[in-house]
Design a protein around this ligand. Structure first.
Ligand SMILES: [Zn+2]
Length: 304
């Protein structure tokens, strides 16, 4: 029998002090964001093989122009996407009124460790009051960075911006599905297009890179996340398998210390019977129901 008892899960949720959410690609699937490994993402030119090829520091060093065009296109894709009910359900858990109802023992809102780089877990917070938004933002760790954050390769300045194009040359590309010859000096740079020779921090003219964790790079927040897992008594694994790295490591860490693991995933995965709770189905359908936040979603996002 599959461990998927809704009432039993809600009891554990209600008695948990430290709840952590680990989300993956399945969270944004209903928003139309293709994943690196999505077999259906079959764009002719920017195929999934390209994604693997471009998401490395070596590729950026060798051919920053192609890497930037790849990310420019993905930024547009993410900006066109809209958060779905799975993002909304998770976001409601950071609202004091909801948290005190569904998880009254929680000492703070759940920490949300997001592997997606699409920022939909941030954009979903739009209707929140500024105070609730600040709380929710503090609870979100973008483990693999964000496609909307850049880092200067010279002065290391970090900036978040939702502008679709980060340089005028990228902005003027008519067909973003075709690769173009763009010289390095016309790629996004520290200080923007108006850079006028200064070498100040945040305005030094250096080449920017997307602040995303590439293959062969270690997520800088890994240590912090692992420390927080030590205190976790309920781990919600959403839209990713709890048996695949890094979720597998976190899940066994939590279980070794007596915590519970609940998995919300579209389909079965090898070894998923190890989870204490397993809720199968698209997470935009299962999460609002299992967490008992359907009404809260309807109240907070009436247009959705
Ligand atoms: Zn700089």
């Amino acid at each position: 029998m599959l461990p998927s008892d809704k009432q039993a899960f809600r009891q554990i949720l209600a008695s948990s002090k430290s709840i952590i959410i680990l989300s993956g690609a399945g969270l944004s699937a209903a928003s139309g964001i293709p994943t690196y490994r999505d077999p259906n993402d079959s764009d002719a030119l920017w195929s999934k093989n390209d994604a693997m090829a471009y998401a490395t520091p070596q590729a950026f060093q060798k051919d920053p122009s192609s890497v930037w065009q790849f990310y420019h296109r993905r930024r547009a894709l993410c900006l066109n996407a809209k958060p779905n009910d799975a993002h909304r359900a998770l976001a409601t858990l950071s609202l004091p009124a909801v948290l005190s109802r569904v998880a009254p023992c929680a000492s703070s809102p759940p920490l949300h460790v997001a592997q997606n780089i699409d920022a939909l877990s941030l954009r979903v917070l739009e209707p929140f009051s500024s105070q609730d938004k600040a709380t929710a933002e503090k609870c979100l760790l973008e483990m693999h960075g964000s496609i909307f954050v850049t880092r200067c390769t010279s002065c290391q300045h970090i900036q978040r911006t939702y502008t679709p194009a980060l340089s005028s040359t990228l902005r003027n590309i008519e067909d973003i599905n075709t690769k173009h010859d763009i010289p390095i000096k016309e790629l996004p740079r520290c200080g923007g297009d108006a850079w006028a020779g200064s070498n100040r921090y945040g305005n030094c003219g250096g080449l920017l890179r997307p602040e995303v964790v590439w293959f062969n790079e270690v997520p800088p927040l890994m240590g912090e996340i692992a420390r927080k897992m030590n205190w976790c008594d309920l781990l919600l694994v959403v839209g990713t398998s709890s048996t695949v790295y890094p979720a597998a490591g976190f899940a066994s860490q939590v279980k070794a210390r007596g915590g519970k693991v609940a998995m919300f995933n579209a389909g079965r995965a090898k070894g998923d019977e190890e989870a204490d709770f397993l809720f199968l189905g698209n997470c935009e359908a299962t999460l609002p129901d299992i967490l008992d936040v359907k009404t809260d979603i309807a109240n907070m996002w009436p247009q959705a």
